[in-house]
Design a protein around this ligand. Structure first.
Ligand SMILES: Nc1ncnc2c1ncn2[C@@H]1O[C@H](COP(=O)(O)OP(=O)(O)OP(=O)(O)O)[C@@H](O)[C@H]1O
Ligand SMILES: [Mg+2]
Length: 231
């Protein structure tokens, strides 16, 4: 399995937000680090096919991002995920499953399995408006997993998680990353240290570092701060 980005570029007005990023990723957990405005969300939206690049391509095993076949392999948690406050957690997952083309029976089974995995089984009949931030975030992760994606894109999935939830989240992601490509963005260096095999670092729309942090970086937090110290 291979995700290939080839000179992916996006410009807003006269600002280049993603600047000719080329990248090949295999299965594993890839941590995308970068300051506010570095271009992480813009890059992820292009990888998910919700934003059309100005130039460049995205393919998964040769399948273009703009195809139904690609979408079927994709799971996505956007940074600004919209929930339906009056839905219960269970309603929401069943609804999302329908949108993703699961049958009623498949949807039920999968929703139950995922609610268990993200530890929301006990709260499945509560309305989302009564969920905490961390509970919503876990529900967002669950919906991204409905179609057993081989490419999972999570834009700041740990925002709002408490330390205990963070550990639980890492375990889920590590498990998925064994057989699939996972890309997650975060500002929290320790999230990445504990879960990511590979680091991607973005600054001003460019990829300034890619590699295994253990081998090359020593202290990741120090390295990260050094890259951004003039900002
Ligand atoms: N729709 C848009 N129209 C104009 N400019 C945009 C748009 N989306 C993003 N930008 C700009 O592109 C740059 C990168 O934004 P992006 O959201 O990709 O950064 P980010 O790394 O995800 O930041 P954060 O860590 O805050 O989520 C910013 O300067 C932002 O203002
Ligand atoms: Mg962002």
């Amino acid at each position: 399995m291979e995700l290939i980005l080839d000179k992916l570029t996006k410009q807003y007005h006269n600002k280049i937000t993603v600047d000719r990023i080329s990248l090949k990723l295999q299965k594993g957990v890839h941590g995308l680090l970068g300051a506010n405005g570095a271009g992480k969300t813009t890059l992820m939206r292009m990888i998910c096919g919700v934003l059309k690049p100005d130039s460049g391509t995205v393919t998964l095993d040769g399948i273009d991002v703009a195809t139904e076949e690609y979408r079927a392999k994709l799971g996505y948690l956007p940074q600004d995920f919209g929930y339906y406050p009056e839905f219960t957690g269970m309603d929401f997952l069943l609804y999302m499953a329908t949108l993703k083309g699961l049958t009623k029976k498949q949807a039920k089974r999968k929703a139950n399995e995922l609610l268990e995995i993200v530890s929301l089984k006990a709260d499945e009949n509560k309305k989302i408006k009564n969920y905490s931030g961390g509970m919503k975030q876990r529900l967002g992760i669950a919906q991204a997993l409905l179609n057993n994606p081989s490419l999972l894109i999570l834009d700041e999935p740990t925002a709002g998680l408490d330390p205990k939830e963070r550990v639980r989240f890492r375990n889920i992601i590590a498990e998925i990353g064994k057989d699939n490509i996972v890309i997650l963005s975060t500002h929290i260096v320790s999230d990445i240290e504990h879960v990511a095999d590979n680091i991607l670092m973005m600054k001003d729309g460019q990829l300034i570092y890619q590699g295994k942090w253990q081998e090359n970086l020593g202290d990741l937090e120090q390295f990260y701060l050094k890259q951004f110290e003039e900002d």
